[in-house]
Design a protein around this ligand. Sequence first.
Ligand SMILES: [Zn+2]
Ligand SMILES: [Zn+2]
Length: 189
Amino acid sequence: MDKYSNFKLKIAAKPSLFHGRTVRKAVGQSLWYRIRDHILQKDTPVCSICGFSPQPDEMRNLHLHEIEDYDFENIVVTLSGLNLICANCHAFHHFGFTQLYSSKEKMERLIEHFAKVNECEINDFKDYRRSLLFRRQPEAETKKTKTNLSFQDIKAGNYTVRYAIIGDIPFKDEVIDKLNKKGVYYQYK
Ligand SMILES: [Zn+2]
Ligand SMILES: [Zn+2]
């Protein structure tokens, strides 16, 4: 039983093989900003997790999180959707990165946010974080986690990550076109 299953805000971390590899980076800023603008105009600009609603001058605190799956065998990041979330909630979706690059004060503020959103105590957060250290990554349950890459290649970043797009995102055709031109589009049969 997972006693944390009622948490609205959860901790996730991207596998290191795919660090820094995103559709956003692959397609470039101008197309990505068009996608973001499109979503901001269509949807009510609120965090889909905690409900934070930014003032017009703090829209940059609303991020577009890429919902991803990872295929270690083919070295593919699958983008299955985009989620509007606030910077504070987003920090927990990339928790490895957040822990590395946040000051102690920032971490404390983030943990307070976590406790507020999940209506729990700071200690519950600590228990939850501890419980994750002993658990396999969720993707291990559904996807193959073995790669044929050598340790040296991984260490040197000597591999190409490709991207698959499933589900609907704005300007999907353009995104696929751009990935194709760069030779990094992957289509699942
Ligand atoms: Zn939020
Ligand atoms: Zn994200």
